[in-house]
Design a protein around this ligand. Sequence first.
Ligand SMILES: NC(=O)c1ccc[n+]([C@@H]2O[C@H](COP(=O)([O-])OP(=O)(O)OC[C@H]3O[C@@H](n4cnc5c(N)ncnc54)[C@H](OP(=O)(O)O)[C@@H]3O)[C@@H](O)[C@H]2O)c1
Length: 283
Amino acid sequence: MACKLMVTGCNGQLGRAIRSLTEEGTEFTYLGTDVEDLDITDLESVIAYVKSNQPDVIVNCAAATNVDGCEKDEDGAFRINAIGPRNLAIASAECGCRLIHISTDYVFPGDGSSPYTEFDTPAPKSAYGRSKLAGEVFVRQFAKEWFIIRTAWLYGDGKNFVRTMLSLAEKNDTIGVVDDQLGNPTSAMELARAVLGLAPTRCYGIYHGTCEGICSWAEFTEEIFRLKGLSTKVEHISSEEYKRRFPASADRPAYSALENKMFALNTEIRFRHWKDALREYLS
Ligand SMILES: NC(=O)c1ccc[n+]([C@@H]2O[C@H](COP(=O)([O-])OP(=O)(O)OC[C@H]3O[C@@H](n4cnc5c(N)ncnc54)[C@H](OP(=O)(O)O)[C@@H]3O)[C@@H](O)[C@H]2O)c1
């Protein structure tokens, strides 16, 4: 059955990945918007846009994703990451369409020692995490048919950790990378596949959606260099040492790995191991 998707933040990493999977010949029709044609912080514009375009599903990929930037301008972060999804939730309820909202591992405190499931209680420690959690609360409050997918360490077509490391490797023989923060590197293509898998269903609720496997930023970087055949060395450093070198950076969770429990319990959708997804991305 045909499914019309309205994707906000369509020029971002996830938005682009979704677009690439909804070309002709699929059951999906793709309608992309970004801040220049639809600012999600403007309620009346959001309602008018959704009413006139009548999507079956809104996928909210729009966000303020610069973690350090959110720390400096928490109100700005709340406007985009909390009020924005609230507006989309209100519009989706008024227009009778489903809402898929993307959230983050940063809603958790990051001090655990085993992967967080959807049944663990969030307690964010950063402005970014607080604003994203407020967005989740609004979606649950105002949308009727909603999915929230929390992802982590996302890379795709855009500015991301993989591209930053490759660009640093062009100018340096050795790069210092943090080895005491653990998480799940996740390819935007894998997440996009999961979004499209959920979109036509009524399996509503909160999902964790990350590639399988856990590693540190330093191990992630070593795998990037190995797959690209680069000889650049990775110096394993602590978060404390990183903060000494870059004092302006916001604190990151030490342990923010997620378990995709709801996908396993509720659906046939599975994510690949992060190393396999990374290989596909780099090729
Ligand atoms: N990147 C990660 O590592 C990561 C990790 C965990 C969760 N997530 C979540 O995953 C989702 C997708 O992330 P991503 O990496 O694809 O994000 P992204 O590449 O930063 O793209 C976000 C897009 O939203 C747009 N946008 C910003 N403010 C807007 C507004 N007021 N109205 C409409 N559009 C607006 C941005 O435009 P400008 O570029 O012009 O601002 C950008 O095109 C987000 O919800 C994010 O919080 C990301």
